[in-house]
Design a protein around this ligand. Sequence first.
Ligand SMILES: Cc1cc2nc3c(=O)[nH]c(=O)nc-3n(C[C@H](O)[C@H](O)[C@H](O)COP(=O)(O)OP(=O)(O)OC[C@H]3O[C@@H](n4cnc5c(N)ncnc54)[C@H](O)[C@@H]3O)c2cc1C
Length: 384
Amino acid sequence: MDFDLIVVGGGIVGAAAAYRAGQLGARTLLCDRRDAGRATDAGAGILAPESSTRDGRLWYDFALDAVGYYSALIEDLAADCVPGEELSQAYGLCAKMIVALNDVEAASLAEIERTVYTRQEERRPPPEESVQRISPNEARNAYYPLLADASAVLLQPAARRVDGRLMTAALERGLRARRVETSEVDASALLLEDGRVRGVRSSCGDEYTSEAVLIAGGAWSTDFGAQLDVEIPVAPQRGQIIHLQLPGQDTGAWSIVMGFSDHYQVPWPGGRVAVGATRETGSGYAAYATVSGVGEVLREALRLAPGLRDAAIDDIRVGLRPYTSDHLPLLGAVPGVNGVFLATGHGPTGLTLGPFSAKLVVEQALGLTPAWDLTPFSVSRFLR
Ligand SMILES: Cc1cc2nc3c(=O)[nH]c(=O)nc-3n(C[C@H](O)[C@H](O)[C@H](O)COP(=O)(O)OP(=O)(O)OC[C@H]3O[C@@H](n4cnc5c(N)ncnc54)[C@H](O)[C@@H]3O)c2cc1C
């Protein structure tokens, strides 16, 4: 069968891309070989760009729109018969606190607060105030009973969390409703002819034809660079994250906690708290937990919340983030080859950006005009 679009990779980006294509009525095939280390399965799930100040203005504006898109996506999935209970387990509101434990961190917190307000004021129309100071006592009593003694706390009451595994499972249900074909095939090569794509070939030699192929292969997307004669500058960045169990605790009502060393805690209903994570640039494709990684995550978790000391270790997850050196994703048409598109390179914020990126790139691939100009995200920025 001829497809209008083939999507390679079925993490959150590929699954959202295939779903969008199905919504648009395109005959779509999603190929996913489910590598160990799939980032979506390990992601912590913090969606809070309003108080994330590390990345630049382009990232911030894009991320606000991306988080905004989640509500529409959830509504669409509900309309496609994904049960509300599954959607509310996958995605929802959850406060976030940034917690300073000493004077040095408190000074950094003040800096973050200033940046948040400046960005808010510059945005047109300005959004509602997203953060506020609360006392360390209030932080512990109302938001996170296990918190360490803090010097200063900034609260973002309306942050969100998403469970990457459950969200992708919801999208897969949506794919069935939209009659999108899925296959666990390894799409190992592109079929190329006269400067344009004709489909993909699997490692077993099967061929699937399409005039458009979207590469959403996460950290493995680089594999197609040689065939396309374009370096796809994505590198695996290992992240180790540990899921803890606190039987009898009402963790569903707790807030996300961020510290100052890439470490955080994300509570979920049912006594579960995920603590993470390492950011191991240069890890290669070694998708396993290490002694030093687990040690680092547990040490930082106890620094932020000593009350976790007796929690049970339930699961250790390892994901390979598709990392780019400028912290922006790679989106849109690949120059020099007609019909090949990228949606990858989302690094540590792919659960935030991924579904929206996927939607925009699919719209471009199917000849529509996406709501964002994708030029700043083109792989061409690395070719100059
Ligand atoms: C520990 C950790 C914490 C994180 N926390 C957050 C967070 O709080 N907030 C946030 O926004 N983001 C977070 N992220 C980042 C986010 O998880 C990733 O950016 C995102 O999941 C990437 O999704 P993806 O679909 O691009 O890639 P992946 O989820 O890695 O999926 C890629 C898929 O493509 C498949 N594939 C590749 N090549 C082929 C091929 N040739 N044929 C068939 N299939 C192929 C792979 O097998 C894989 O299944 C975190 C990541 C980690 C690891």
